[in-house]
Unconditional design. Structure first.
Ligand code: SF4
Ligand code: SF4
Length: 213
C-alpha cells in the first residue's frame, strides 16, 4: 500500500462520524443568508399600479449592462404606474447580472429588489433573459421585498423604500439622496483622443458659449 493511500485513509477515518457539511440537494436545501440576493422582482403598489416609473436609473447604475428598459407614457385610459411613464419593456439578462444589488439601491420607488430565487438554470441562454412578465409581481401581491437595501441606517429622508410623496421621483434633493445621487459632481465632457476633433469640439463649445452656434 503506497503512502498516498494511507494518507487518504487517515483523512477518511478522521472524518467518519462527523456531521456532513454537504446537503442532499434538491431534497434538502440550505438556509439562505439574510442578505442573499437572488433573482429580481418588480413590485406593485397595493392599488395594483406598478412601482416602476421607467426612469432608467437602475439600468444606468448596472455595472454589467444587464437591464434593458423601454419606457412608455401613461395615459388616463391606460395608467400602469403613478408616474408619467412606466416600463413597457423590462428585461434583465441574468447571464450578465452579477447580483450586486446596485439596481435596487438606485431605484427611487422601490420597484426592483433582488429576492431569494436562485434556481435559475436553463439549457438555453435566451431563457436567461427574464422579461417583465416573469419579473412582475402578480396582481393582488404588493410586497416591498425582503432584501435590505441599506446596510447602514439611512438618512431620515431615505428611510423608506418609497421616499417621495406621491411615489414619484421628482428630481428633488430628497429624491437624489434617496437614490444615492446627492452631491455627485457634474462630469465634464470627455474630449476625444484625436487632436483635430478635440479642436473642433472646443471651437463648437466656445461658439455655443458666445451664443453663435
Ligand atoms: S444586480 Fe447588479 S448586475 Fe444585476 S442587474 Fe442589478 S445592477 Fe445589474
Ligand atoms: S430605477 Fe426603479 S423605477 Fe426606475 S426604471 Fe428601474 S425599476 Fe423602474
Amino acid at each position: 500500500m503506497s503512502f498516498d493511500i494511507i494518507k487518504g485513509m487517515r483523512t477518511t477515518l478522521k472524518n467518519i462520524g462527523k456531521k456532513p457539511t454537504t446537503v442532499s440537494y434538491p431534497e434538502e436545501e440550505r438556509a439562505l443568508p439574510a442578505r442573499f440576493r437572488g433573482r429580481h422582482v418588480l413590485h406593485r403598489y397595493e392599488n395594483e399600479l406598478e412601482r416602476c416609473v421607467g426612469c432608467y436609473l437602475c439600468a444606468g447604475a448596472c455595472p454589467a449592462d444587464a437591464i434593458y428598459i423601454e419606457a412608455e407614457e401613461n395615459t388616463e385610459e391606460n395608467r400602469v404606474s403613478p408616474g408619467e411613464r412606466y416600463a413597457k419593456v423590462f428585461d434583465v439578462n441574468l447571464l450578465r447580472c452579477i447580483f450586486c444589488g446596485y439596481c435596487e439601491a438606485a431605484c427611487p420607488t422601490g420597484a426592483i429588489t433582488l429576492e431569494r430565487q436562485y434556481k435559475l438554470a436553463s439549457f438555453y441562454p435566451e431563457d436567461m433573459v427574464y422579461h417583465k412578465e416573469q419579473l412582475l409581481e402578480p396582481k393582488g401581491e404588493a410586497t416591498i421585498g425582503s432584501s435590505a437595501v441599506w446596510f447602514d441606517p439611512p438618512p431620515p429622508e431615505a428611510a423608506q423604500p418609497v421616499p417621495q410623496e406621491n411615489h414619484l421621483f421628482d428630481g428633488s434633493e430628497a429624491s437624489a439622496a434617496a437614490v444615492g445621487l446627492g452631491n455627485i459632481p457634474r462630469q465634464e465632457p470627455v474630449l476625444l483622443v484625436d487632436e483635430e476633433q478635440d479642436e473642433d469640439r472646443r471651437k463648437l463649445g466656445q461658439k455655443k458659449e458666445e451664443g453663435k452656434a
